[in-house]
Write a protein that binds this ligand. Sequence first.
Ligand code: FAD
Ligand code: DLZ
Ligand code: SF4
Length: 519
Amino acid sequence: MSGPVLVPILGDQLTRTLASLRGRTKDNTVILMMEVWDEATYVRHHKQKIVLIFSAMRHFAAELRDAGWTVDYVRLTDADNSGSFTGEVARAVERHDPSAIHVVEAGEWRVQQQIEEWAGRFDCTVEILEDDRFLCSIGNFRKWAEDRDTLRMENFYREMRRKTGLLMDGGKPVGDAWNFDHDNRESPREDMDPPERPKFEPDEITRDCIELVEDKFGDHFGSLESFRWPVTRDQAEKAADAFFAERLTKFGPYQDAMVHGQDDLYHSMLSTSLNLGLLDPLELCERAAKAYADGEAPINSVEGFIRQIIGWREYVRGFYWYHMPHLERANALNAQRGLPEFYWTGETDMRCMADCVRSTRDNAHAHHIQRLMVLGNFALLAGVDPREVQDWYLVVYADAYEWVELPNVAAMILYADGGKLASKPYAASGNYINKMSDYCRKCTYSVSKKTGEGACPFNALYWHFMDRHRERLKNNHRVARVYQNWDRMKEERQREYLKSAEAFLDTLTPADRGWARSE
Ligand code: FAD
Ligand code: DLZ
Ligand code: SF4
C-alpha cells in the first residue's frame, strides 16, 4: 500500500508538535481537519466557544499549509459534509486512499468511542497515539490511582513536582513548603486596579466565523460582541507574555477574590489557549518558575499558578478517564431540582449570581472562584440535578471540554461522586462570598440577615443542605463542627432556617432544557 498517511487533527489538538505530526514527512501526509455539525451541537455551546474553535482551526490549517503541509479542511457548510468525525474520515479515506490513519487520542470519552471504531471500519491500519501534551498519561494516572484507597490532588501534585522538578530544591520543595495556599486568600481591596489583558481584534477569518455562527447558531446562549480570544499560537504567546509581565505577582494573593464588573482580575485567562493546544502547559510552568528564580514574582503566586496547571489540570484529566463513563451519571446526593432559569437569563436579585452569569454571557468565561463558590455553591445547596449543571457548564465556557468540566462539576462542586475527589462538599453560606467579594454591599439581600424576608438566600440554603444530608455527612470529621453548631441551635431557630430555605426554593423557576440540549 503506498497511499499517504491520513492525520485527522481535532479542534482541541492545534499543536505543531502533536504526536501524530512528529516525525512525519510532508510529502506522504494528508492532514484532515473537520468542522462538523455533531461537535457544534452535541450541546448548544456558547456562541464565542464555536467561533473560537472554528477560527483557531482555520488559522492553524493556514499555518500548516504555509509550512508546506497538505491540509484537507472540511468546512461546516461544505455541501457533502456528513456532520460527524467518522463520516468525514470515511469521505477522506475515499478521497485519499490512505495506507494508514494516525490520530491522537481524543480529549473526550464520547469522541474516543468513535475513534476506537475506525480500525474495524476502514481498510487501513489505524494508530491511536497518546496525547503527550499532558504531563501525566491516562495509564500513569490509573497506576497511581489503583494503588490508593483515596485520591487526593495534593498527593498527586507532589508527585508531579518531583517528576517535573518544578520548584524543587533537590528532593525538597523550594521555600520548604509544597503549598502556599494560606497566603492566597486575600479579600479584594477597593484600590485594586488590575491591568487590562491583551484583546485581539477579530481578523477576516474570525469575522467569517462570527458571521457563520450568527447565521447557524444565532439562538445559542451568549454574546459575540466582546469576542477577543487569542486564536493563534502567536496571539496566545502575547497573552501569556502580558500575564507574566503584569499579573503573575498578584495572581496568588487575589486568586479567590471577586469584584463586581471586574472579570479578569489577576487571572491568566490562558485556559482557552491551553485547552486548544496553542500553549504548552510545561512551558508556562517553567516560565513561572523562572520568574520566581529571577526574583520577579513571589513564591505564593508562582506555586499557586504551577499547582493549578500540573496539579489540578492534570489531576482532573486523569480523574475523568479513571471514572468514565459512570462519572457522567453520578448523583450521590440524589439531587433532582431543575436548573433555575436565572443561570441563563441572569435575572435574579442575588447580586453575586447575576454578576457571574453576566460575565459568563459576555465573555464565555468566569474565573475559578466564581465558578466554584458562587455558581457551583448555589447549585450544590439548592440540590440541582448534576446532569443539568454539567450541561450548563459545558455550554457556557469557551474553555469547556468534558475532560475538565465534568470532574470540576460532578466531583468538585456537586459532590456527586460521593467524595472521591473532594474530602467534603464545598458548601458555604453568604459569609464566604461576602469575605471574598464586594458583591454583598449593594445586594438587595442582606448577608448579615440569616432568615426571613430580605435575608441572603445562601445562609438558609446552607443549613438546609447540611440538615438534609446529615446521614451521609455526619461521620465526616471535616464537617463535624458544623453539626455541633447546628445541634447547639434552638429547635425554633433551626425551623426558621429550614422554612426560609424552603420558601426561597419554592420561588425558583426551572429553565427549559432546550437551552442546553436540543432534545
Ligand atoms: P487561572 O486562574 O489563571 O489558572 C491557571 C490555569 O490553571 C488555568 O488556565 C487552567 O488551565 C488551570 N486550572 C485552574 N483551576 C483548574 C481546575 N479546577 N481544573 C482544571 N484546570 C484548572 N477549566 C477549564 O479549562 N475548562 C472547564 O470547562 C472548566 N470548568 C470548571 C467548572 C467548575 C465548576 C470549576 C469550579 C472550575 C472549572 N474550570 C475549568 C477550572 C477553572 O475555573 C478555569 O480553568 C479557570 O477559571 C480558567 O481561567 P484562567 O485561565 O484565567 O485560570
Ligand atoms: C467543541 C468543538 C466544536 C464546537 N466543533 C468542533 C468541530 O467542528 N470540529 C472539531 O474538530 N472539533 C470541534 N470541537 C472540539 C471537539 O469537540 C473536541 O475536539 C473534542 O472535545 C475532543 O474530544
Ligand atoms: Fe450573594 Fe447573598 Fe451577598 Fe447577595 S447578600 S451578593 S445573594 S452572598
